[in-house]
Design a protein around this ligand. Structure first.
Ligand code: CU
Length: 528
């Protein structure tokens, strides 16, 4: 495991270091813990402190988005073609900071292999959730379980409700807990909610149970008294399917993929962008209500990973994104894109106003290309800000590689059970503007007394999204659900009705029924 400085960095699966640890080789995992403890304890003004690095993703906000919600105040890119490359360089910067801790010069990031048998069965690797860890003969709080803010974050967007401000001393929260403490009312609700989950072991058990469901998403569908199981659009399935995406533009982000899928005529040909399973892991760890579960999910869970504003401040973010980056590299290797990546010019998902709004320093309505700066990350060698072209070949250009994990084999079209209808249920005209925070869109086929869950598309969103008038088109959310895998006779029959449910943090909303904040969400459903 020992590598000298300058040798290629090999990022292993966290599970592998856990196995070594259990077998008695404790040094590798101890080094990881030491490095994370080190950057978390640094002065919050130190550019290599976790507070500064974790804060590049969202809060504390910078640039035009500091106090204006027509812009995005974090540096991260989502819903556009810079999503994979921006996060790739982000990981490198955090890894460099970890290596600057004395004794950790050869430490690397580790990936949470979310499609490994181990994760599909047990959820999150234990090193990310146990409360205590023994380092140098002393029992310490596990550096990977949470982050206690050394300094408060202030949400300057006056319209944000709830407000994302969190004080110094705040400890990041994961499902089923809530981390919303920006107003007295939110603080009270959060305290009451969290008081129900005082036992950290039970918390972790509930979290893992939730994560396992999302990864496998074994949706139980009742039909004439017996229960059929459909493994539909599970995170694991999505990771596998995203490897089949035909080009970088649609592979890279949800906005481009949604546009592409609008033009696809056959269900099995729908593309899944890498960003989509990525979003689901955020929501599984942070909390989000999804219908179609066997057990009812916990309302009021608002963990930090579930919102882009705060996700980067939970250490688990970097184990999750390390896996996302590994899958990005696997897609490149499987599809012949290790040396070059192309962006379809002026395609949806290539403009700075698409999805989240312009990031600090980026003007509205500017095109995103392979040469767009991945702000704020500077290449120390050239003195210039990294671009996507600087990080295409992760091994040659960044000196980083991944030890083998799941999904190494050439992907093949996933075979689903049931029929082989090529039709797609298309949901459109869902307006995200009036909704607070992330929400989910679910589609169902109703045949007589039976209701089939076709799938659920989570939409990772901010609590308050109101963009400029000329950007209104970007507020429309679309979701496509393949009917492949459902009995064709039932689905194609004349007596099938399709229904959409939109679950928001404030309850269910649809064309007829408003959620608890009075928001109605009409959606258009077509089957083509
Ligand atoms: Cu993310």
């Amino acid at each position: 495991m020992a590598k000298t400085t300058g040798a290629p960095r090999v990022r292993y699966s966290l599970t592998r270091l856990q196995e070594l640890y259990t077998k008695g080789d404790q040094a590798p995992l101890e080094k990881v813990m030491r490095a994370w403890k080190g950057i978390k304890e640094r002065d919050p003004n130190d550019p290599k402190s976790f507070f500064v690095l974790g804060g590049y993703h969202g809060e504390p906000f910078h640039g035009a988005g500091w106090g204006n919600n027509t812009y995005w105040g974090g540096y991260c890119n989502h819903g556009n073609v810079l999503f994979p490359t921006w996060h790739r360089v982000y990981l490198l910067k955090v890894e460099d900071a970890l290596r600057s801790i004395p004794g950790c010069e050869d430490v690397t990031l580790l990936y949470w292999d979310q499609t490994s048998e181990e994760s599909l069965k047990n959820g999150i690797p234990w090193a990310l959730t146990v409360e205590k860890f023994t380092l140098d003969g002393q029992e310490i709080d596990n550096p990977l379980r949470s982050f206690v803010f050394p300094k408060g974050i202030v949400d300057h967007i006056s319209a944000d409700d709830p407000n994302y401000s969190k004080p110094a001393g705040y400890e990041t929260a994961r499902y089923p807990l809530s981390g919303l403490v920006g107003s007295a009312a939110d603080k009270k609700a959060t305290d009451e909610h969290n008081a129900k989950y005082k036992d950290p072991r039970k918390q972790t058990a509930i979290l893992n149970q939730n994560v396992v469901r999302w990864l496998n998403c074994d949706v139980s569908v009742k039909h004439k008294g017996d229960t059929k199981r459909y493994f539909f659009q599970a995170i694991a399935n999505q990771y596998e399917t995203c490897l089949l995406a035909p080009n970088y533009t649609v592979f890279s982000n949800t906005t481009s993929a949604a546009e592409w899928n609008n033009g696809v005529t056959s269900g099995p040909d729908l593309v899944v962008p890498l960003e989509s399973p990525h979003n689901r892991v955020h929501l599984a760890v942070g909390g989000c209500e999804v219908p179609g579960y066997d057990a009812s999910p916990i309302q009021g869970a608002n963990g930090d990973m579930g919102e882009n504003d705060t996700a980067g401040l939970d250490p688990i973010f970097f184990f999750h994104h390390c896996n996302v980056d590994r899958v990005f590299w696997l897609w490149q290797k499987h599809n012949g894109f290790t040396d070059h990546l192309e962006i379809i010019p002026e395609y949806p998902g290539t403009n700075s106003v698409d999805a989240q709004g312009p990031t600090p320093g980026v003007p509205p309505n500017s095109w995103l290309t392979m040469e767009s700066p991945l702000t704020p990350f500077k290449n120390e060698r050239t003195g210039k800000i990294y671009t996507s072209n600087d990080c295409v070949h992760i091994e040659r250009q960044l000196g980083v590689t991944y030890a083998p994990g799941s999904l190494e084999e050439q992907p093949r079209k996933t075979l689903l059970q049931g029929g082989n209808s090529h039709k797609v249920v298309r949901v459109s005209r869902v307006n995200r503007a009036p909704v607070r925070g992330s929400f989910s869109i679910s589609a169902f086929a109703v045949v007589g007394d039976d209701r089939y869950h076709l799938g659920t598309e989570p939409v990772l969103s901010r609590w308050n999204v109101k963009y400029c008038a000329n950007c209104q088109t970007h507020l429309e959310v679309k979701a496509n659900f393949s009917l492949h895998g459902f009995a064709a006779a039932l689905i194609d029959g004349a007596k099938v009705q399709y229904e959409v449910e939109i679950h928001t943090r404030d309850g269910q909303a649809d064309a007829l029924k408003a959620n608890s904040r009075g928001v109605k969400m009409p959606a258009k459903i077509e089957v083509r």
